[in-house]
Design a protein around this ligand. Structure first.
Ligand SMILES: [Fe+2]
Length: 368
């Protein structure tokens, strides 16, 4: 038995503002809250947004990898506004903060720590429109928001069906000036989402299909991430990220993400890099368990082995971004305690093959 569902309405547009305005104006008197980065406030796009939407409130105080305290600030701000529409324009941190904010209004619960367990008060659910400005997060298509306890360096997931955005609007103009390093790490995040969906206990033919399409697009375009990056490459990577989002929205992530969390929490390894350095060792470990999928993928890509596949990825990535643990200040002796923190419940256990501590230590050594 398997099932697939994703309730997010997807819109691709070369002017997201028109789409946002259409949706918002379908409400009689919308009370709009825009959540985005500080820098976005000074862009021409933001001015256009101000001209197009009659009235809105905005919130810019976004923390990279949002913590309990930054989400609490955003929630406290939102309590006074009671928005009918929340618009998130940004990467995963913005969209995850917006999800927490929208859920707080929906549950009428304005304490971030209680939000995880509180039930619904059946007040109106604000509309959530997620507009990604990177081609990797996938958060616009998932029902979970990652929130960090930065004091204890622990990751929490606000995860329930009502957390799905109502709309995901993709506009290639928003990603066209993404710095190359961010493009790389977000593309690698999307690549990880695709593989994690393939070697996942919850995979199904639909998630597999989306994952394959995503990997194909990424392999065709990764090497073209050279300045000036053609707009078609950006568009293909945005579509790849969307496919990856549709794939892992139904499977969740698995071992690669589980291993990545302490690397980001303790050594600030960018998320997309932290969760893709383990892809090759995991490909080798999981190869047998997903033999048909790998054969299919290699056939589509016209490659003969996973080694050839990975050399293609590595050939593009190496020398462009640091891609080994030692390059992030991690010492060999750190691998011992990182190992203990690599087993995140509800992530590591999604991996199609059960991984022992010995397996994961070997993976960390290969990543080193
Ligand atoms: Fe990710």
């Amino acid at each position: 038995m398997w099932k697939y569902s994703n309730p997010v309405r997807i819109i691709f547009s070369d002017r997201f503002i028109t789409q946002v305005s259409k949706i918002a104006n379908s409400y009689k008197k919308p009370s709009i809250l825009i959540i985005t980065y500080k820098w976005f406030r000074h862009t021409e796009t933001f001015k256009e947004l101000e001209n197009e939407l009659e009235e809105f409130k905005h919130y810019f105080d976004i923390e990279e990898n949002p913590s309990f305290s930054s989400c609490q600030k955003a929630i406290t701000f939102t309590k006074k506004i009671q928005p009918s529409t929340v618009i998130a324009i940004g990467g995963g941190s913005v969209i995850d903060t917006a999800k927490a904010v929208r859920m707080a209004v929906y549950k009428s619960c304005y304490d971030i720590r209680k939000l995880f367990s509180s039930s619904y008060k059946q007040v109106n659910k604000p509309l959530l429109i997620a507009i990604p400005t990177t081609h990797g997060t996938g958060s616009e298509l998932t029902m979970w928001a990652t929130i960090w306890d930065k004091v204890n360096k622990k990751k929490y997931s606000l995860s329930e069906y009502n957390n799905y955005p109502d709309y995901a609007i993709y506009d290639v103009n928003l990603v066209k000036s993404l710095p190359t390093s961010v493009s790389f790490s977000s593309t690698l995040d999307a690549l990880s989402h695709s593989f994690e969906a393939l070697w996942n206990k919850h995979s199904n033919p639909i998630s597999d299909n989306f994952a394959m399409e995503s990997i194909k697009l990424i392999i065709d375009n990764l090497s073209k991430l050279v300045e000036p990056i053609p707009i078609e490459v950006r568009e293909n990577l945005l579509i790849a990220s969307m496919y990856a989002g549709l794939a892992f929205s139904n499977t969740k992530t698995a071992a690669a993400h589980s291993i990545s969390y302490p690397l980001s929490a303790y050594f600030n390894v960018p998320h997309g890099i932290a969760c893709s350095m383990s892809l090759y060792p995991l490909l080798k470990i999981n190869e047998k368990a997903i033999q048909n999928k790998i054969a299919n993928l290699l056939n589509v890509l016209q490659l003969s082995s996973i080694d050839e596949f990975w050399n293609k990825v590595l050939g593009t990535v190496k020398n462009r971004i640091p891609f080994s643990l030692h390059e992030y200040g991690i010492k060999k002796r750190d691998l011992n305690w990182l190992l203990d923190l690599s087993f995140t419940k509800d992530r590591m256990d999604n991996n199609v093959r059960e991984l022992s501590k010995r397996d994961v230590f070997k993976i960390l050594e290969e990543m080193y």
